[in-house]
Design a protein around this ligand. Structure first.
Ligand SMILES: Cc1cc2nc3c(=O)[nH]c(=O)nc-3n(C[C@H](O)[C@H](O)[C@H](O)COP(=O)(O)OP(=O)(O)OC[C@H]3O[C@@H](n4cnc5c(N)ncnc54)[C@H](O)[C@@H]3O)c2cc1C
Length: 342
């Protein structure tokens, strides 16, 4: 067994933070993971996927174990659905492309989300009007302390908006080994969200297909979101806050152009990016485009914090704290971080 000690995680997180793991290993099977868990029994364990939703603010004093379990397997099918079991270490977007090639519908709107399949249920990934829980069937995970396999159904996962039981009660307790998806044989198209319809028109699409929707989403995302390979980041740093209708009305009376989406349950989701744009540090009018050292708030997407080079995780975290406080001061709304702070 090769042991990597004092291992730089710079190339293993999309923020490109040069934090060190006391130990680092990669596993490609449950058995290999079990060996590492025995070997590192006295240390804290952190399971890593693609590193696209993490901010390391300090070195990790335990073992970082990167999940590289592969495999995409059609388990069974009925008249309406296919049930597909996927190794947690498969790249999410490659899995989406695999589904499109096989005409399995349901994940096309989630094209180009970075990271691995194993992390997808953790924050119930979502984009362009679709969330993972709409296609999730079950997952298998190893309890790190007990070393026993558990199967989670959708109810067990307690999915919410960018949320699940794995971000709360079971935070860092489980290593997800595989996820099984229930995908449609006959697609139901979701085109009303964002600029999908416009993009499809621009592409000259005459007949709607999951392939066309996927390509439209890819085009929109590529033009809007900063590529972590060019400017390291972890996507949206904050969640869009949900407020009671009365709070929204109070805000709207003061800020007529506030960007918000009413939810079916009667609450209102506010666009965190808009809130952030309206606030700023003492030396600037807005956080949007703000930069201190190598830590910054992206010039086109205020929701995305970026590392312009050699920012420390702490610097990015401090910037996020300042943004949070200024938004709370101006609007009385406390933003919540979407990115996992380690
Ligand atoms: C440019 C950009 C755009 C993005 N756009 C979106 C978007 O549109 N929608 C969206 O929802 N997200 C988005 N994200 C966030 C991110 O891509 C997702 O949250 C993704 O699911 C994270 O996967 P990962 O494998 O990189 O997880 P990591 O960052 O490696 O890990 C995230 C958390 O999950 C845990 N974890 C990872 N794998 C496992 C496992 N197998 N078992 C147990 N725990 C595990 C880690 O311990 C950590 O706590 C974006 C990120 C970037 C950089």
């Amino acid at each position: 067994m090769e042991i990597h000690e004092n291992f730089s995680l710079k190339h293993y997180n999309t923020f490109s933070i040069d934090a060190k793991a006391r130990f680092f290993n990669e596993f490609s099977s449950k058995e290999e993971l079990e060996e590492y868990l025995m070997f590192y029994a006295e240390y804290p364990i952190f399971i890593l996927g693609g590193g696209s939703n993490i901010l390391f603010t300090e070195d990790y004093s335990g073992a970082v174990l990167k999940n590289s379990i592969k495999g995409i397997e059609l388990q069974h099918e009925d008249s309406d659905y296919v049930y597909v079991k996927v190794g947690a270490g498969e790249n999410w977007h490659e899995f989406v492309l695999h589904c499109i090639n096989h005409n399995w519908a349901g994940v096309e709107n989630l094209s180009l989300i970075p990271g691995n399949v194993g992390a997808s249920p953790i924050q119930n990934i979502g984009a362009y009007g679709v969330e993972l829980d709409e296609v999730f069937w079950s997952l298998e995970a190893l309890h790190i302390g007990e070393r026993r396999i558990h199967t989670f159904t959708p109810v067990d996962c307690e999915f919410g908006y960018r949320d699940s039981v794995f971000k709360n009660r079971y935070k860092n307790d489980f290593a997800i080994l595989s996820v099984t998806f229930q995908l449609k044989k006959r697609p139901v198209f979701h085109t009303s969200y964002g600029a999908i319809t416009e993009e499809l028109e621009k592409m000259g699409v005459k007949e709607l297909s999951i392939k066309a929707i996927s390509q439209a989403v890819i085009n929109i995302r590529s033009s809007k979101l900063p590529d972590p390979k060019t400017i390291p980041n972890a996507g949206s740093f904050f969640k869009n806050p949900e407020v009671p209708a009365e709070k929204y009305e109070e805000l709207r009376s003061k800020f007529q152009d506030i960007v918000a989406y009413p939810l079916a349950k009667g609450t209102v989701k506010l666009a965190a990016g808009w809130l952030i744009e309206q606030c700023g540090p003492p030396e600037a009018v807005t956080w949007k485009g703000y930069r201190k050292g190598d830590a910054g708030c992206h010039a086109k997407q205020a929701l995305v914090l970026v590392n312009y080079g050699n920012a420390e995780g702490e610097e990015i975290y401090d910037l996020s704290e300042k943004i949070l406080l200024s938004v709370n001061e101006k609007f009385g709304v406390m933003l919540e971080r979407e990115v996992n702070i380690v």
